[in-house]
Design a protein around this ligand. Structure first.
Ligand code: G3H
Length: 496
């Protein structure tokens, strides 16, 4: 158990003796009353007072762009981040263990999350070196010599999601600070403890006030921070509803930059000409990796009616092979769900689909034991069901039969989401005919493969309500900065 009694603010690990939040793992233990989620630790429930102190520390460290950090050379900022990576590596084992216990991610995927985050930080450093080299060049146009720089934006409020509590927090936090901004971050409700072993590293590697943490209940501390008008950038990977509500609280919303990764309902389109075996393998990965709790997961599958029965038969057989178990068990891919209310919500989706004519077609589909939910394949799904539009963010695979490709295309056009789509077809002309209409609806079209964020050097964004701004390495560095110019006329007085 980890009983965290400190938080990082203004360069100090501040002691906390107030209220704490109890953290229960999705991993259950037997008790006299049956299976119960295991208590694995506690963390501070700070009040608005501490949150404002942390915000003021970030504001002071930025000092209207005149602080030590925003004026530090890029090379020196990179050195601080490199020092941080070394200290982060020392904490790998404990962080990985906490990812497993706090959110129920398998050992293999927890290690992957950690390693991928470190690789992302190295890639960010390389990309920044390129940007910095460009900034030292001069451009001459129409008698004006100019140096184009990338300058920071100010104070960033950073919030990550529970499904990638380390990776998705750091893929915004690191680009934000390395560009010279100062920051306060609130770890996700499920996935807070795992940040604790890294706080000391932040304190040691960065000047005071550059990185500050806020703990506690988001709905009591975050609105006040937004209303203060002192936040220049809001970055959040989470729900569209929360992001919209927070943005509205800012007194000068036109001066707020929002970099957001939001809800998604990615679709697979499996045509008559698809390689069904491949489509099934990728659908299983896309829909059920980390129990479907990925913003990039496939959340609805359209299959041509002529191949639907065969697809369902193969899909059912593949799902039956997946191993259910605890995160540390070898070869496990289905694990307990961290959100306590998720099993009830998934049950509601299944019942609603059944009431409108679909069936759970796989044995044990939807069976729930406390935090475990066995994946359910629902067929045939139609537009009267919740699962047709709502982002289930869990192990349910809604399958919709179609007769004409205009049906899934129409679905994507009407959808309020616009992150990704996967097309499965072995016919080049058919694929080519789908790319143009689809790439104008979503931000990534995948051909004969599942939807995913990676490789992480690729831009990561979404259309419509699925994102604002673009993340991933070079794009993230651009998102957390502004292009600015130092320009001079080529005159006698400017010749030096
Ligand atoms: O939840 C959204 C993540 O960025 C997804 O990343 O596609 O690599 O699982 P992933």
């Amino acid at each position: 158990e980890i009983h965290q009694r400190e938080y990082l603010s203004d360069g100090e690990m501040k002691k906390w003796d107030g209220n704490v939040h109890e953290v229960y793992s999705p991993i259950c233990v037997k008790t006299a009353e049956g299976l119960k989620r295991k208590l694995i630790g506690t963390y501070p429930v700070c009040t608005e007072k501490e949150a404002f102190e942390a915000l003021d520390a970030a504001v002071t460290a930025y000092d209207n762009g005149r602080g030590q950090w925003p004026t530090m050379s890029v090379a020196n900022r990179i050195k601080c981040v490199e020092k941080f990576i070394a200290k982060m590596m020392d904490q790998k084992d404990i962080v990985v263990k906490l990812i497993m216990w706090e959110i129920g991610k398998s050992y293999a995927d927890s290690v992957k999350e950690f390693d991928r985050t470190v690789e992302y930080i190295y890639a960010t450093i390389d990309a920044l070196k390129d940007i910095d080299r460009d900034s030292s060049r001069f451009t001459i146009e129409q008698g004006i010599v100019a140096q184009i720089r990338r300058s920071p934006l100010g104070v960033v409020l950073c919030m990550g999601p529970f499904n990638y509590p380390l990776n998705e927090t750091f893929t915004t936090l690191i680009p934000a600070i390395i560009m010279g901004n100062t920051l306060l971050f609130k770890p996700p409700k499920h996935g807070t403890l795992l940040h604790y072993p890294l706080l000391e590293a932040f304190r040691e590697c960065f000047p005071k006030g550059v990185v500050n943490t806020v703990y506690g209940r988001g709905n009591t501390i975050i609105p006040g921070l937004m209303k203060s008008g002192k936040i220049n950038v809001l970055t959040l990977i989470g729900s569209s509803k929360v992001a919209n509500e927070l943005k509205k609280l800012h007194p000068k919303v036109n001066r707020l930059r929002a970099i957001l990764g939001l809800d998604a309902k990615n679709a697979a389109i499996i045509t008559q000409k698809a390689d069904l075996k491949l489509a099934v393998q990728e659908t299983v990965l896309g829909s059920l990796s980390f129990n479907g709790q990925r913003c990039t997961a496939l959340k609805i599958v359209f299959v041509h009616r002529s191949v639907a029965d065969e697809f369902i038969a193969q899909l059912t057989a593949e799902v039956a092979k997946l191993k259910f178990g605890m995160p540390w068990e070898k070869g496990v891919s289905l694990t307990p769900l961290p959100e306590p209310n998720k099993p009830a919500y998934l049950k509601e989706c299944i019942e609603d689909a059944e009431a409108h004519g679909a069936k759970v077609v796989n044995e044990h589909g939807g069976t729930t034991v406390e935090s475990f939910v066995y994946p359910a394949i629902l067929y045939p799904v139609n537009n009267r069901m919740k699962l047709y539009r709502e982002e289930q963010f869990g192990p349910l695979i809604p399958v919709v039969p179609f007769d004409d490709l205009e049906e899934p295309i129409g679905y994507l056009i009407e959808s309020t989401h616009g992150q990704q789509v996967s097309i499965f077809s072995n016919n080049q002309e058919e694929v080519a005919s789908l790319i143009d209409p689809l790439v104008n609806q979503v931000s990534r079209v995948n051909i004969n493969c599942q939807c995913q964020r990676g490789p992480d050097v690729f831009p990561f964004t979404g259309r419509k309500d699925s994102a604002e701004g673009t993340l991933s390495v070079v794009d993230a560095l651009r998102s957390f900065s502004i292009r600015s110019l130092v320009a001079a006329k080529l005159t006698e007085s400017n010749k030096h």
